[in-house]
Write a protein that binds this ligand. Sequence first.
Ligand code: PZK
Length: 287
Amino acid sequence: MPEAAVHIGSGKVRELYALDDERLLLVASDRVSTFDVILPTPIPDKGRVLTGLSSFWFARTAHIVPNHLLALREDGRSLECRRLEMLPVEVVVRGYLSGSAWRDYRETGSVCGHVLPAGLRESERLPAPTVTPATKAESGHDENIDGSTAARLVGADRWAEVEDVALELYAFAAAHAERRGIILADTKFELGLDTAGTLVLADEALTPDSSRFWPADGYAPGGPQPSYDKQYVRDYCESLGWDKTAPGPEVPDEVVAGTRARYVEAFELLTELAFADYIADPQVVLG
Ligand code: PZK
């Protein structure tokens, strides 16, 4: 009889369990957060869409960097993964100027120590993809740091390796997404070290919760872009005049259905698989 999984952590929309000393179980829920608040209404299959996409990318990027995926469970929402020593830095790669990078640029002309050209507009494509590290702040929000601070936290040689790997992952995924009509504006990677000291890609990778996906059709720099997946639910919440503090509003069936359809559409465009085929056999995403 296998030991019971021991709950060791909760993210906003995910749970983490220890299976044994070497293995963790990462379970993605159907919860959705908007404006940093978890809504009381789940989006059916969202956890499976994110787990399927993450697994798809792990299978297709193993030539760039090894990853923590050991097994994708039959429920389609749970990943068995290798337990690593996580690096204390989140690694964001940005191809476009959005979110905290846009705020930092407007205030200082720089993002994480990278001086950018003057006159860039919100959501504009950057001259080149840029690594912008952050630390997991105790108080919820991540704090942007510069590369020299990241290098102090993990070591200069390791940081150089992390930057190279992150840029290669971004270039691979952004090119793939672009061919399917999706702009990968930015994405956050989390990496760790295995017992041999090898750098390993962990957490979820290249999902709509760890990335900004924008429809290429209608891309218009000069303001914020609609999110591929969450825009329906965001627009609905804004239409209520909700003050964006917890608890979030309940979401009506048609908004749930519209949001679910967008998650499924992103899955199908990026994986070139029918979502029904994933439900029937999650292993299809591993190619
Ligand atoms: C690890 N988190 C984030 C927190 C979640 C996820 N392979 C790994 N080895 C060791 N630790 C982690 C991982 C991964 N991935 C990930 N925290 C630790 C996290 C809460 C809930 F689902």
